[in-house]
Ligand binder design. Structure first.
Ligand SMILES: Cc1cc2nc3c(=O)[nH]c(=O)nc-3n(C[C@H](O)[C@H](O)[C@H](O)COP(=O)(O)OP(=O)(O)OC[C@H]3O[C@@H](n4cnc5c(N)ncnc54)[C@H](O)[C@@H]3O)c2cc1C
Length: 476
């Protein structure tokens, strides 16, 4: 009889694990257990009756690298190629990104001109930062905060303004606490290999390539910066769920894992809210802290490591306006923490994906991101944060920073508690201790998902593929 693999957590990581399990030549019996009422985790889209789409989680996936190529391959296999909305390289949403500094919007420098002369908000030409990186000695620390690393290699302005903002946009986090080794492994490795980050990146690392598809070839030819799906990001988990059901995977919602216990025969017993199931192997696609709660007493050391991976909360405020125009056109703008801790940035959704505007003429969709590592100090306990307060803050930011005076015609406020794991300094040691514990105790347990080795959708899918490869062999 085929062994049973229980995948716990029905976010994109858990669904991708099921996808790779059932595609193996000798697929095990696969069971997916999700605590909530729906699958997809943070991939959440609201589809309005007039056709407008509002993203509450991820809104764009990058096509590049092996992981981006693999995701596009999966999307093709799911029959979604015709639903992909690409943002080509020459599109304003690819070319223009802004920072809001000292009360004004500044386009992030690009091109040779910006390299040679100072472009506000930077007081020096970026050439000097590049030269500094080429000449500075290599670091010797096994890990460093992103801020310390960038300051050392490129100077204080790049660290305080550009990279501070970038980390708020990607991790909703504080670059003075986040680890460069875990958050930006390519930069860290580039310095290790070539002494200079720029040199290391330019010379590449001969990395492996993902599974090619017509989509990935198109993405390269048209230099896509990102892509979405016609029905919003939620289309991806929906298509995965359909693919899995057709292949006999049992997808069970409303099934929170309460506890995990090893039986005498070595199999796992999973206690759920009502009843239990047994499995030969468990793939945990849960946030690290949720898994820690379910582990047996003999895995207390593992639970302790898992609890050390912190998270931050983000308020996502979707706004729709009628009859207004943005002062600039581009992907959106980020706000450095020195300007305003509480406001991470504003995405100009209608620029990248006008297909999601719906039937309303001259409609503009924006998303304001609030909180992150600054949530508690700005808005208090995320569990108790008042949606009216967050909406008020978001509207005020749109007024101040984009000059849009009218009230929005539609708004949706979501507070995502503990939604983005933070790879703080020393995260690599925590993940090493976690892997060592699993190996030494020969636990038939795989850990995947955003808590460990990358928070992007691509990273999560890649972590699922790698875990299935380790379980069934790389040719699965
Ligand atoms: C606001 C926001 C914007 C983002 N933007 C982008 C972006 O533009 N591009 C990008 O690439 N990435 C983005 N990300 C990151 C990316 O979306 C996430 O890292 C990724 O979706 C995490 O997927 P996951 O499956 O690992 O975890 P989750 O989505 O957290 O899924 C975990 C699942 O486990 C379930 N669960 C929890 N406890 C239990 C239990 N005890 N038993 C059973 N099930 C349980 C949960 O209900 C959930 O469904 C964004 C994230 C957020 C929050």
């Amino acid at each position: 009889m085929a062994p049973t693999v229980a995948v716990v957590g029905g976010g994109i990581s858990g669904l991708a694990a099921c996808y790779h399990l059932v595609r193996s030549p000798h697929p095990p019996k696969v069971l997916l257990l999700e605590a909530g009422a729906r699958l997809g985790g943070w991939l959440q889209s609201t589809r309005a009756a007039d056709g407008a789409v509002f993203e509450h989680g991820p809104r764009g996936i990058r096509p590049g690298g092996a992981a981006g190529t693999d995701t596009l391959h999966m999307v093709s296999e799911l029959g979604l190629a015709g639903a992909v909305l690409p943002v080509p390289g020459d599109h304003p949403a690819s070319r223009n990104r802004f920072l809001y500094v000292a009360g004004a919007l500044h386009k992030l420098p690009s091109g040779l001109g910006a390299l040679l002369r100072p472009v506000p908000p930077f007081s020096r030409a970026l050439l000097w930062s590049g030269l500094r990186d080429l000449l500075a000695p290599a670091g010797t620390e096994p890990d460093e905060t992103i801020h310390a690393f960038v300051r050392r290699r490129f100077g204080p302005e790049v660290a305080d303004i550009a990279v501070d903002s970038l980390c708020r946009g990607v991790f909703a986090g504080d670059c003075r606490a986040l680890s460069v080794r875990s958050c930006f492994p390519l930069l860290f490795q580039a310095e290790r290999r070539r002494r200079s980050v720029l040199l290391g990146l330019a010379l590449g690392s001969g990395k492996e390539r993902g599974a090619e598809s017509g989509l990935s070839r198109r993405a390269r030819a048209e230099r896509w910066s990102q892509w979405s799906l016609r029905g919003g990001m939620q289309t991806l988990p929906e298509a995965l769920a359909q693919f899995l059901r057709e292949r006999g995977v049992e997808l069970r919602c409303h099934q929170p894992l309460r506890s995990l216990r090893r039986r005498h025969d070595g199999r796992w017993e999973l206690t759920l809210a009502d009843g239990s199931v047994t499995a030969d192997h468990v793939v945990s696609a849960l946030p690290a802290a949720a898994l820690a709660e379910a582990l047996p007493a003999e895995a207390a050391a593992l639970a302790q490591e898992l609890r050390r991976i912190p998270t931050v909360s983000v308020a996502v405020v979707n706004l729709q306006y009628e009859g207004v125009a943005l002062p600039v056109t581009g992907f959106g703008h980020l706000v450095p923490s020195s300007e305003d801790g509480s406001l991470l940035g504003i995405v100009y959704d209608s620029v990248a994906f006008p297909q999601h505007d719906g039937a309303a003429a001259a409609s503009l969709r924006l998303t304001v991101m609030l909180g992150g590592a600054w949530f508690e100090q700005s808005f208090g306990d995320p569990a108790a944060a008042a949606p009216e307060l967050l909406l008020h803050r978001a509207q005020a930011a749109v007024r101040e920073q984009l000059g849009l005076e009218p009230a929005p015609t539609r708004s949706i406020v979501r507070v995502h508690q503990a939604c983005i794991p933070q790879y703080t300094l020393g995260h690599w040691q925590r993940t090493e201790r976690i892997s060592r514990f699993l190996a030494e105790h020969r636990l038939p347990l795989s850990l995947i998902g955003a808590s460990y080795s990358g928070v992007s959708v691509n990273d999560c899918i890649a972590s699922a593929k790698a875990a299935v490869g380790r379980l069934l062999g790389p040719q699965h």
